[in-house]
Write a protein of this length. Structure first.
Length: 280
């Protein structure tokens, strides 16, 4: 329960206790407060906005509890090198800051903490990129496209309406899975862009630290960047949804078999021709 709710109940209880001499008034007050609290607990947790906020909080806690060393060890060698290069730059920035006048150290210490936070986000993004690559670098998408085409061609030759509906339901689910691959590819590119943005920002700070003229400007830019990189939690949540789509019967009414065939046939043909060229 939220501390605010607990506080409200405590105040109401104490108030009712002190006015207990009024008899029914205190009972009515307590009953009303507890009734409102039960309504709150019954309705608010089911609201999409509240549930989304709770999910994001759990995601952040899960990733905050991950040991940086373990996360680093789980990366491939290229990603590890990428992180170490950025961390080395951040260390050089700190060394340059230490050479500046004492009067600027308060602001510079704050910038240093923001850079450390940026490095933590960078490591999380590298881990997220790895997860996307594992998900996307499989033959599952190509196999799904081939299976959708095969099922649609079968549906067109079937006379039984019941069997058609059953197969159409399967095609609808496979189509949604294919759409999730498209979304995952987009999120992957967003993650990569975030990584490149952080790299550029740290390089810029390093260059500025060599001839520091305006620490306030750097602090402001870091604030904006950290706000943007906070989308990491949302990206992680999206990845989970991309891999596990929720089925709804509305999918079946949205199918256009001819359009699906036209789109997927070209994709499958391109994949097949590429495979032949590789074999040759």
């Amino acid at each position: 329960m939220n501390p605010i709710n607990l506080g409200g109940l405590l105040i109401a209880t104490l108030t009712a206790f002190f006015i207990s001499d009024f008899g029914d008034a205190s009972s009515v007050m307590l009953t009303t407060v507890f009734g409102l609290e039960l309504m709150y607990l019954g309705i608010v947790p089911k609201l999409p906005r509240f549930r989304k906020k709770t999910e994001l909080k759990k995601i952040k806690e899960r990733h905050a509890s991950s040991n940086e060393k373990d996360l680093f060890q789980s990366l491939d060698s290229a990603s590890q090198k990428r992180f170490l290069v950025l961390k080395h730059l951040a260390k050089m920035v700190q060394e340059n800051f230490e050479k500046l006048p004492y009067s600027s150290q308060g602001l510079l210490d704050n910038i240093g903490k923001k850079i450390e936070e940026l490095l933590g986000n960078y490591l999380t993004l590298l881990d997220l990129i790895k997860r996307y690559e594992v998900y996307l670098n499989t033959s599952l998408e190509a196999n799904l496209k081939e299976e959708v085409i095969r099922q649609i061609e079968e549906i067109k030759t079937i006379e039984s309406e019941k069997l058609k509906r059953t197969k159409a339901r399967r095609v609808a689910i496979m189509q949604k899975r294919l759409q999730k691959f498209k979304i995952a590819k987009e999120k992957y590119l967003v993650c990569e862009t975030h990584l490149e943005t952080i790299e550029d920002a740290v390089r810029y700070i390093y260059e500025q630290s060599m001839t520091m003229s305006n620490p306030e400007e750097i602090g402001f830019q870091l604030d904006n960047l950290l706000t943007e990189v906070d989308e990491t939690s949302q990206l992680i949540d999206d990845l989970d949804q991309d891999i596990l789509p929720e089925y709804t019967t509305e999918w079946e009414t949205e199918l256009d078999f001819d359009s699906i065939l036209d789109e997927l046939s070209d994709d499958v043909s391109n994949v097949s021709s590429t495979k032949k060229q590789v074999k040759e």
